[in-house]
Design a protein around this ligand. Sequence first.
Ligand SMILES: Nc1nc2c(c(=O)[nH]1)N[C@H]1C(S)=C(S)[C@@H](COP(=O)(O)OP(=O)(O)OC[C@H]3O[C@@H](n4cnc5c(=O)[nH]c(N)nc54)[C@H](O)[C@@H]3O)O[C@H]1N2
Ligand SMILES: Nc1nc2c(c(=O)[nH]1)N[C@H]1C(S)=C(S)[C@@H](COP(=O)(O)OP(=O)(O)OC[C@H]3O[C@@H](n4cnc5c(=O)[nH]c(N)nc54)[C@H](O)[C@@H]3O)O[C@H]1N2
Ligand SMILES: [Mo]
Length: 788
Amino acid sequence: MTNHWNDLQNTDCALIMGANPAENHPISFRWLLKARENGGKIVSVDPRFTRSSSQADLYAPLRSGTDIPFVGGMIKYAIDNNLFHKEYVAKYTNASFIVKEGFDFKDGLFSGYNEETRSYDKTKWEFETAEDGTPIRDESLENPRSVFQLLKKHYSRYDVETVVNVTGTPKNDFLKVCEAFCSTGKPGKSGTIMYAMGTTQHTVGTQNVRAFGILQLLLGNIGLPGGGINALRGESNVQGSTDFGLLFGDLPGYVGAPKALPEHASLKAYLEKETPKTGYWSNKPKFLVSMLKAWYGPNATKENEFGYHNIPKGNKNYSHMALFNAMYKGELDGTFLIGTNPVVGGPNAGKEKEALSKLKWMVAVDLWETETSAFWQKDAGSNPEKIDTEVFLLPACSSFEKEGSVSNSSRWMQYRWKAIEPKGESKADLEIIHSLATRIKKLYKNESTPAAKTINALHWEYGGHGEHPDIDVICKEINGYDAKTGKLVANFNSLLDDGTTICGNWIYSGFYPEEGKNLSKRRDNKDTGGGNFLNWSYAWPMNRRILYNRASADPSGKPWSKEKAVIWWDGLQKKWVGNDVPDFKPVVSPSEPGGQNPFIMMKDGVGGVFAPSLNDGPFPEHYEPFESPVANLFSKQEMNPTVFIFDGSFNKKGNKSKFPIIGTTYRVSEHWQSGTMTRNQEWLSELAAHMFIEMSEELAKEKGIKNKDKIIVSSARGEITAYAMVTKRFKPHKMNGKTVHQIGMPWHFGYKGFATGDTANRLTPHIGDANTNIPEFKAFLCNVRRAD
Ligand SMILES: Nc1nc2c(c(=O)[nH]1)N[C@H]1C(S)=C(S)[C@@H](COP(=O)(O)OP(=O)(O)OC[C@H]3O[C@@H](n4cnc5c(=O)[nH]c(N)nc54)[C@H](O)[C@@H]3O)O[C@H]1N2
Ligand SMILES: Nc1nc2c(c(=O)[nH]1)N[C@H]1C(S)=C(S)[C@@H](COP(=O)(O)OP(=O)(O)OC[C@H]3O[C@@H](n4cnc5c(=O)[nH]c(N)nc54)[C@H](O)[C@@H]3O)O[C@H]1N2
Ligand SMILES: [Mo]
């Protein structure tokens, strides 16, 4: 989230698109309803009329996978009707930058496309720069090569008729959403966008979010209370896990993981290549070196580049699907599955189950025996005699049986204490990892093979006794301290790149600034102004609650409006003051160099309307999902041309003649994820006891299906049986004179626990987004028939 949960109360319009927070993030609605009491509007855009839709002032349906046309149409509407915030756009975004002549867009492709590698040469998308490297700007936004004019041209194709012909949204509904949301472009108003998996789980997931970014920059909604782009994160600590380097391309703190490239062969080379000269990331060397010192301790010296050579470097794709593909091909010996149940939650789950049988060994760390750790059993439909995988199940204890921090979507790190002692033999994940690390280190102690060297280099001293590490020591390492004196650093401004400071994760540096002062333990619920609650827990970075809040003030440092003031320049005190911690150097005045550049994490200090770094183009463009019932009306490129396609039986594609219906998957309030946590609870199992398929009355009639009938849903990957739930929540999409049906289903079911049912993911494909590789769970083709 750029903003935070409590801040939703400040919005004039919340566009909920690609999320269903009333069910999946219910507390958010407390703040949305407050916003409504103050005159704010709630808008829901979803293929299905959800419980969030039922609470909204406006609802617009759309066909799954057509968010870019919808938002592209809104971008055009804002520009055509002059509803964008001109000064904000000219000063605070790269809309004024001039793009070099090499850039072009034709027939659905940007310039620089290579069909063989399915990738772009991004040097074709560069800005014109002055001799010193700074981009040339035209703040009148009139230069035909300016980003603004190129944007206008790109989305001129997203006219209302074409948009609704692609999305299937009734024209009036579409226009009402445009009007309501674009009215927040005025100073004194702000609008927020709330999104989650309906947005990201697509072959164009990243570009869906980018489209939100462009719209919000045009309307001047970033950096303002009640504004921003708010990703509603998922599992309780998914924010924390990505912050700490869970994703394969990142080290902790979003420092890019080095690859096996000549440019990354040494620390010096890596830092030269990957450190921008301007913007806050110019401090990257301090963050990376301090982190290496945390990992390798005294074994990290200037002479050995602080142990940089120990970091594994690979050039492959190590995302979920790529790893399962490697497993399927027999390229992996073993795997640890810690708190995950891919036989239910993974795409094309039938194939993922098969892949597990190719492993020599597998370790599952979980609260229960899941469909995954039991994949080899008869109940799972497997033949144990034919499976050689040796499976170990380590009992983990639940969140209530251990202590530590959890970071929520607001970037708040909140400490939690143990409620009860762990049951049975279960252990906290931290203890499991700790005891594994100490045992492995012991085993390799006297070896000098290359593998042993990296294990021996690891500095693993977390105090405590036996298998119980001292969490306080870990907290201090995350915050950072002086290598010589052990004194905690105040925040990441104190970190250095010479090996004299230690810091496990720079973005969190500052949460533990002094001995005995772990700020994630704070629980002062007094509103410190603007609904920011600055003394409740700790928000990274630097306890800032609203990111890019410098943009809430005009270039001279005065708030754009009284109503939406966050921070402002105080000429007497000569610093930025206000309701939030400035997301800016607090003493840089508006007239100093950089004083008007609110987007400090960006190289040029401005928001990116044009994004030359993404794999699939600098502007979002509509492509149909991997499996689609219709042809792309925008160009002859059917699917995102840069998506990686797995070959063979791992990734079967269905066609629209055999599978004419769109399928999508989602969550229900009563179940959690792959269902292990809820299908093992009697009362929740009773509340939502069966796997069901939601469909429109029209489709049910066509297929001769009645409510509660047993039906079979099939896709190119498999078939599942479930109960029909015939509802008014789905309506057939009417597009371009054609009717297209869509059905939806929860993905929570499996054969274990009290509430059992077929697994939706037996239907979903192995295909993902071009930048993140997130699977396309939200749009695929299928068919339905009665089971009898
Ligand atoms: N009760 C409960 N709460 C949860 C979870 C849970 O399992 N149970 N899981 C947690 C996790 S890990 C996550 S990631 C979040 C996910 O939170 P959400 O993203 O809200 O979850 P979903 O229900 O998967 O999808 C949201 C909506 O996207 C819609 N949708 C489908 N396709 C499209 C599309 O192409 N465009 C648009 N605009 N919308 C589309 C679906 O109809 C659905 O209503 O929820 C978290 N909260
Ligand atoms: N079709 C479809 N598939 C989807 C999605 C979708 O929208 N549609 N959403 C995707 C998303 S957003 C997500 S996040 C993934 C989630 O996919 P998974 O992570 O595979 O699913 P979970 O059910 O969250 O798995 C959590 C497991 O961790 C165990 N567990 C709980 N607490 C602890 C603990 O403290 N320690 C340990 N070691 N284990 C614990 C639970 O018992 C459970 O078995 O699924 C994805 N799959
Ligand atoms: Mo998630």
